[in-house]
Design a protein around this ligand. Structure first.
Ligand code: CU
Length: 347
């Protein structure tokens, strides 16, 4: 149960993986320092027999534990008179539930060049077991190029169904605007509903949903349109450069080595690229195993049978456990349940 709660809370370690938010709400989390994240959202609609699409691209870079910077670009926009929206933004994290606070609280400060508007979102969220709730309050200095100062808001819910699969949905709407009549037929509640999941054996997350919103900027996602769209969001953390360099040069295979068999000493399990090395470790009883995280995201080492659980530890941090009882101890990372390995303890 602790592992499940950890998975829910800590999957936010990447820059807003789509399992950590709902499609049209912002995550209250800055990206981890040094993490670069690419998020691709795409919405499809039918106009007669023609398929129309409106993609939004987001690039985010973690600068500090509480600050990340991003750039969002949306085409086929209907937010203002321009066709495209460019939205540089900063994400600030104030409070984290995983650090014992009551709520996740963060803010997004943005400038929407399509609408020539300074935009601000305040985000609060909390998880209760498998259910996570999030609320957004948004203000635009120049909403939709015509409505002047505009206040919008909404709420989203995520329900952990099983493993790394979530049901996600949200509603957002315009609460007040200086020239509300200028919104015309676009003054509707925006909604999304669908599923989000982690792609097995990868750090990627994805969501599939139906929606009536168009673009994913703060303004674009704050209201509905007359058009039903099918959308997906694909989250691509650009961490672990070696993983990407293998596009050009396949990684060398490690030479087979006999299993380490230290007696009563200390051995190390390294966590790198979302894997435990070695995945199969055999030790004598009384051995202390040190788990060292070399990834830019937090992981855990959590025994299937609950006999040990490291809790989250971050890049450069380690956690040690002494194995005093013989047996097989399969374990996994509670954040990324597809990360599995085993320690065998011999008498
Ligand atoms: Cu992990």
């Amino acid at each position: 149960m602790r592992a499940a709660a950890l998975a829910l809370l800590a999957s936010s370690a990447l820059a807003a993986p789509v399992t950590e938010k709902t499609p049209a709400t912002q995550a209250a989390r800055a990206a981890s320092p040094g993490t670069v994240n690419f998020l691709f959202s795409h919405h499809f609609s039918l106009a007669g027999s023609k398929v129309l699409n409106s993609p939004t691209f987001t690039l985010e870079i973690g600068a500090a534990r509480w600050l990340s910077f991003g750039l969002r670009y949306a085409t086929s926009s209907d937010v203002a008179n321009r066709v495209n929206e460019l939205e540089p933004h900063a994400i600030l994290t104030f409070l984290r539930q995983e650090e014992g606070r009551l709520l996740d609280v963060g803010a997004v400060a943005a400038f929407n060049l399509g609408a020539s508007s300074g935009d601000l979102a305040l985000v609060a969220g909390r998880s209760f077991g498998p259910i996570s709730l999030a609320a957004n309050l948004r203000g635009f200095s120049s909403g939709y190029g015509s409505t002047g100062a505009t206040l919008a808001g909404g709420a989203g819910v995520r329900l952990r169904l099983t493993g790394f699969l979530f049901a996600v949905g949200d509603v957002n709407g315009i609460l007040a605007a200086r020239s509300r009549e200028q919104l015309g037929t676009l003054d509707r509640i925006g909604w999304t509903g669908g599923i989000a999941f982690g792609i097995p054996y990868s750090p990627h997350t994805m969501s599939l949903y139906a929606t009536n919103i168009n673009t994913h900027t703060l303004q674009g996602s704050s209201r509905g349109t007359e058009t039903l769209r099918i959308g997906f969001e694909f989250d691509i953390p650009l961490t672990s450069l070696g993983r990407w360099l293998s596009i050009f040069a396949p990684p060398k295979r490690a030479e087979a080595k006999p299993p380490a068999e230290p007696v009563g000493g200390a051995v190390e399990v390294r966590i790198r690229d979302y894997k435990f090395f070695p995945a199969q470790l055999t030790v004598r009883k009384g051995t202390t195993v040190r788990f060292l995280n070399e990834d830019p995201v937090p992981h855990t080492a959590t025994a299937d049978d609950g006999s040990f659980d490291s809790g989250l530890f971050r890049q450069g941090e380690s956690w040690s456990h002494r194995f005093d009882a013989p047996g097989s101890f399969p374990y996994f990372c509670a954040v990324h349940p597809y990360m599995r390995a085993e320690v065998r303890v011999e008498d």
